[in-house]
Design a binder for this molecule. Structure first.
Ligand code: OFO
Length: 170
């Protein structure tokens, strides 16, 4: 059984993951409008990943006989100056999410909830990957600034990304 405090915090994180999904889908719409299919694809995969993150929390709350309570998803940004600003926002957002996950780990420790602590370790590792992937693209974009040919090459590369549900892996 989950403590009320953990149940509430995990529900908050379900909402945060859905917000992330919505945020990245908004970025996909922005790229679609700029005729950059590879960037659009990358953001759609990112959206799918966030949905899978939300569902992992959803399933875990249910597994521990908690109650999932879905809350409204706040509005997200819809316009950006350029590709760099999008990935800068993405990187900052993932750093923020890492903070949220670390905070959940601290709460699980305070509540002496070892099962939740154990489940959260998947997210701890995932956040390392999320930050690193996003930062790599951000740095590439900064190097390319103003180079249209390079941007199209990167767009082609980002088209290759495919969604793989990794939430069941340790
Ligand atoms: Fe769910 O990892 Fe990104 O936000």
């Amino acid at each position: 059984m989950l403590s009320k405090r953990i149940e509430k915090e995990l529900n908050n994180q379900v909402n945060a993951e859905y917000w992330s999904a919505y945020f990245y889908l908004s970025m996909a719409a922005y790229f679609e409008n700029k005729n950059l299919p590879g960037f659009t694809n990358w953001m759609k995969v990112q959206y799918q990943e966030e949905i899978s993150h939300a569902l992992k929390f959803f399933d875990y709350i249910n597994e521990r006989n908690g109650r999932v309570l879905l809350k409204p998803v706040d509005a997200v940004k819809t316009e950006w100056k350029d590709e760099i600003e999008v990935f800068d926002d993405t990187f900052k957002h993932e750093q923020k999410v890492t903070g949220l996950i670390n905070n959940l780990v601290n709460i699980a420790l305070e509540e002496k909830d070892h099962a939740t602590h154990n489940m959260l370790q998947w997210y701890v590792s995932e956040q390392v990957e999320e930050e690193s992937n996003v930062n790599e693209i951000l740095q590439q974009l900064k190097m390319l600034e103003g180079n249209k040919h390079g941007l199209l090459m990167l767009d082609r590369e980002l088209k290759q990304r495919m969604f793989v549900d990794e939430t069941n892996q340790q």
